[in-house]
Design a protein. Structure first.
Length: 120
């Protein structure tokens, strides 16, 4: 029995692989160039394409570091833009009002699933 609801979905990681209140980055899907990242808030996970809407650069400044020091916002390492975790809207910085590209996700049996083409 597969954990995936449809072959078009892929497992990103286990929910417990993302610390509660923390974030984690993921490499691109096979054939892709842009990775994803996820932020966990309790039983909820917010997944985004790892590219700033301002210039397209990755947001993490070191592996798995996407959040402000207090964990309240997603921060771009290139120019310090800040994004709301829940919807990816830029609330401070040169891309004010733009938003991160969100990725739909599901949690099934403790596994975070995303569409197979996410980030492509």
């Amino acid at each position: 029995m597969s954990l995936l609801p449809d072959p078009a979905w892929r497992a990103l990681c286990g929910l417990d692989d993302i610390p509660d209140g923390g974030s984690r980055g993921f490499p691109p899907a096979p054939g892709g160039f842009i990775g994803l990242f996820a932020v966990r808030r309790g039983g909820s996970v917010f997944v985004y394409v790892n590219a700033c809407p301002h210039i397209g650069s990755p947001l993490d400044w070191t592996p798995d570091r996407f959040l402000s020091a207090d964990g309240a916002r997603i921060v771009c390492a290139t120019h310090g833009a800040e994004f709301a975790i829940e919807d990816g809207v830029c609330v401070r910085g040169p891309c004010l009002g733009d938003r991160l590209e969100s990725v739909i996700s599901e949690i099934k049996n403790g596994v975070v699933l995303v569409p197979g083409d996410a980030g492509l």
